[in-house]
Design a protein around this ligand. Sequence first.
Ligand code: ZN
Length: 257
Amino acid sequence: MKKVILIVFAVFTALPMLAWGPEGHRIIAQVAYNYMSKKAIKNVDKVLGTHGMVYWSTWADEIRSDTVYPNSYDWHFQDLEAGMSDSEVAAVMTDYPAEGGNLYRALDSLYLLLQKDKNNRDVLRFVVHLSGDRYCPMHQGHISDKGGNTIKLKWFGTQTNLHRVWDEDLIRFRGYSVSEYAQLLIDMYGDERKAIEQASPEELLVRTYHITDEIYAYQQTWNGNVYNYVYRWKEPMERQLYTAGVRLAMVLNELYK
Ligand SMILES: [Zn+2]
């Protein structure tokens, strides 16, 4: 296995921060796979195996338990301060913050590595995964609550936290299989594809940050009813998954053209 050499600063925390859960990452990869060019599919399949992109989209979370990439823990998120202006948020993509994670620095480094060596399986698996994490609202949650990990809440009587609700609980509640959900997103949000492709990365980050702000505000007034929560948030959550899939396809179509 070729080791990825990246200069990153690991910020370890005792709390779990896994990003979109396995379903989320697989759905994103499946949406992207639908939107990839024949050439990109052929090349990516050659590196990861046929449909391997969907299977391997969760590898970056699994490898966190190994010692091969000890610094990769904080590549999955970039928590931010509350109350930042749009321009401050947009600047995060280039002036990587010293605190709160390393998502944007890691992604930039990984893109460069992949441009130089398109057959690097590990780098491709990281890119597929982290390209999804960047659209998970609680992955730009607040530094003060570790991206919602310290905000406890009950989901049908089971203890969970705000971070996990967005990684997994909301998606699971919908009850679709990965392929069903990917198709549903394409059917429901396909009209928005062009606008998503034309948006700048900074615009998309700012949009995600605003959603995160609204999630925090809603949390203050939420009555604890899970059905109300799902009703309020399913569409924003689905749009983020769909956006991640569209943008991942763009990246791979460009890299493997
Ligand atoms: Zn992740």
